[in-house]
Design a protein around this ligand. Structure first.
Ligand SMILES: [Zn+2]
Length: 167
């Protein structure tokens, strides 16, 4: 078995399979999540997604965290470990629960968070960025579009209010 294939969640793309079968003189990391502005694409935060099948909330070794910490420091964006469980505890089942621990810029306590609270945080990170967003017009168009994706967008007005403030 090639390196890392014993860990669930490791990407198995043709490139990753090829790379992981090479020698020990090279390495690379998959960044699990980079949250970004849906309009201009600016990076908002990083997260390592950790399947938490046994409720251990086990942090990753420093070597694994290091690349996230470097990117987080360089871009001055937070880095979280995001633990998830799934219905039926299968790694590919629907998402059931989330727990989050901030690692950078400062370490926070593990928080168990319901899915809507997490969605609110994701919205907050975009809203916090609006004042410097370079594509405000497109963001407004995107959040107010009447389409299938936006039909359950209950807090849309928070965006509309912020986007109507002209600086
Ligand atoms: Zn933006």
């Amino acid at each position: 078995m090639a390196r890392n294939e014993q860990y669930p969640g490791v990407l198995k793309t043709p490139y990753s399979i090829w790379h992981r079968n090479q020698h020990d003189g090279i390495a690379y990391s998959d960044i699990d999540k980079i949250s970004q502005c849906p309009a201009c694409g600016k990076a908002l935060f990083l997260a390592d997604l950790i399947f938490n099948a046994n409720n251990q909330y086990k942090t990753k070794p420093f070597y694994t965290k290091r690349i996230y910490l470097e990117i987080s420091t360089a871009l001055q964006i937070p880095f979280f470990e995001l633990y998830y469980t799934t219905e039926g505890r299968a790694d590919n089942g629907p998402l059931e629960s989330l727990s989050v621990r901030r690692i950078a810029p400062t370490k926070g306590d593990l928080q168990h968070i319901n899915l809507d609270k997490w969605l609110q945080y994701l919205e907050f990170k975009v809203q916090e960025h609006i004042k410097v967003c370079q594509s405000k017009d497109y963001l407004l168009k995107r959040v107010t579009a009447n389409n299938e994706h936006n039909k359950n967008f209950t807090r849309r007005n928070n965006y509309v209010k912020l986007l109507s403030i002209r600086s």
